[in-house]
Design a protein around this ligand. Structure first.
Ligand code: 5AD
Ligand code: SF4
Length: 474
């Protein structure tokens, strides 16, 4: 009898080993969220879960969510609804919500979306092992505590659905700027920077693994400041030695560019009020820092910039662009723009169009204003631009941007650009796709090149978004 029992037990153990639990993770929103999912994947993997791309075989589904606009939240809610069927099929399936929506809604999420078992805010991912234990014992679990120190600098991210060529490396978390429309300071907390040593270590590992391009990430990278840890606001009280040995963003860029001369380096996102001349000079000095800046402006009108609490005027922004173009004439520049902010008049809108006309951005991301609960704008201003007007204005800026993008891409015709091959072209299996240093997509015949190669491509034609060329004989 006892022998039978032993054999049975042995079998159960082996079965347990063979069928390790599986997790599936899906990310929404900004690049930071995608980078965070790689940190979460690392933590969950250490708990014995294997990753899967097939929802049907998952024991744990994680959604890393975005709160930036109402639409982003609705998309997540719809996605959660679609998991009901899976949960009916697999009674042991657990569903977790991570990221900004988790932080914004906290335990309310559990009441609003019955399908959710787990709610984890952006600074609480290290608590996931404990939270998993809770949910696996049948209880719901929530941790949305924001931190003043957490940077996940000590966690090696698991590169999810990576092309093996490009990777994100986060350098700051949170944001202190308090733009009145933005939910980020509430969902991601105070700004803090990561130790440069751990940044260099992560890049070193990527370099060794043959990655060719890294993007230094943060809600506000130009505000990066390392002086031994701690909040940026406390730096002014630090002693002289600490101040002297501190590392700001331009120093960090230099460090990375010099340590990894064979890597392409990008960064995102830059806030105009925090971008220093030093950063632009550093970019101009190092060939491996890509000549591309994503420089959100949000509006071209001074009164609107003021009520958005942007810390710069239209003229200051334009003189920053002038400085960039002076030091880096071929720099690609993109923007974010919000249309229909409270009290935005036709005149304000015209100012936005005229700013775009002056800059002629390479490309841009344009949004209708979406009121976010808890923000200063939601509390103090009425969302008073009619939806139909927001729609018309948005279409106007999109059309103008398309014209400018085409103007920019046409400038490349006949020129040779360097492209890092990232993937097969979506439209043709015979072509590769990659970006030039200004971040414009380039497609060209595959020839004998492979993913991860840097290739010189002569541009022959273009659309407003893509350059089309050849590499042969160059
Ligand atoms: N409504 C619309 N767009 C917004 N963004 C941020 N908050 C809002 C909002 N409440 C846009 C900004 C920002 C980008 C990431 O999202 O343009 O730069
Ligand atoms: Fe969305 Fe902002 Fe959160 Fe990124 S930081 S996920 S853009 S709300």
């Amino acid at each position: 009898m006892s022998t039978v029992y032993k054999i049975k037990e042995k079998k159960t153990l082996t079965e347990k080993k063979e069928v390790a639990k599986k997790f599936y993770i899906e990310s929404y929103g900004c690049q930071m969220n995608f980078a965070d999912s790689e940190v979460v994947a690392s933590i969950v993997s250490k708990e014995g879960y294997n990753s899967t791309n097939d929802l049907n075989e998952a024991d744990l589904i994680l959604l890393n969510t975005c709160s930036i606009r109402e639409k982003a939240e609705l998309t997540v809610r719809k996605r959660l609804e679609s998991f009901n069927k899976l949960k009916r099929k697999n009674k042991n399936l657990k569903v977790g919500v991570l990221g900004c929506m988790a932080e914004r809604l906290k335990s309310k999420f559990l009441d609003e979306e019955k399908i959710v078992d787990l709610v984890v805010g952006p600074d609480a991912y290290k608590d996931i092992p404990n939270l998993l234990e809770e949910i696996n014992e049948g209880r719901n679990a929530v941790n949305v505590i924001l931190s003043k120190e957490e940077t996940y600098g000590d966690i090696s991210p698991v590169r999810l659905s990576s092309n093996g060529v490009t990777a994100f490396v986060s350098i700051t978390r949170g944001c202190d700027n308090m733009c009145t429309f933005c939910v980020v300071p509430f969902t991601r907390g105070r700004e803090r920077s990561r130790d440069p040593k751990s940044i260099l270590n992560e890049i070193h590992d990527l370099n060794k693994a043959n990655y060719k391009e890294i993007t230094l990430l943060g809600q506000n990278v130009d505000s990066y400041l390392w002086y031994g840890g701690g909040l940026k606001k406390d730096f002014k009280n630090a002693d002289e030695f600490v101040k002297k040995t501190s590392v700001n963003f331009s120093k960090l860029l230099k460090l990375v560019a010099e340590s990894f001369p064979n890597l392409r380096i990008r960064f995102s996102t830059s806030n105009p009020q925090d971008m220093s001349l030093d950063v632009i000079k550093t970019m101009s000095l190092y060939n491996n820092i890509c000549n591309y800046i994503h420089l959100p402006v949000q509006s071209g009108s001074d009164p609107i910039l003021k009520s958005m609490n942007r810390q710069h005027t239209r003229d200051e922004y334009l003189s920053l662009i002038k400085n960039i173009k002076k030091l880096i004439p071929n720099c690609g520049i993109s923007h974010d723009m919000i249309t229909g902010f409270p009290n935005e008049s036709d005149k304000d809108h015209e100012q936005t169009l005229s700013l775009m006309e002056k800059v002629k951005y390479d490309f841009g991301y344009m949004f209708k204003y979406s009121e976010r609960p808890g923000t200063y704008a939601a509390k103090k201003f009425e969302d008073n631009v009619e939806e139909s007007i927001k729609k018309i204005r948005l279409q106007q800026i999109i059309d103008l941007q398309r014209k400018h993008s085409h103007y920019r891409t046409k400038q490349y015709i006949g020129k040779v650009v360097e492209v890092l091959i990232e993937k097969e072209s979506k439209k043709s299996t015979l072509h590769w796709a990659g970006r030039n240093e200004q971040n414009t997509m380039v497609v060209f015949p595959k020839e004998s090149h492979k993913i991860g190669d840097f290739v010189k491509v002569k541009v022959l034609e273009c659309t407003s978004a893509t350059l089309i060329g050849i590499s042969k004989g160059l």
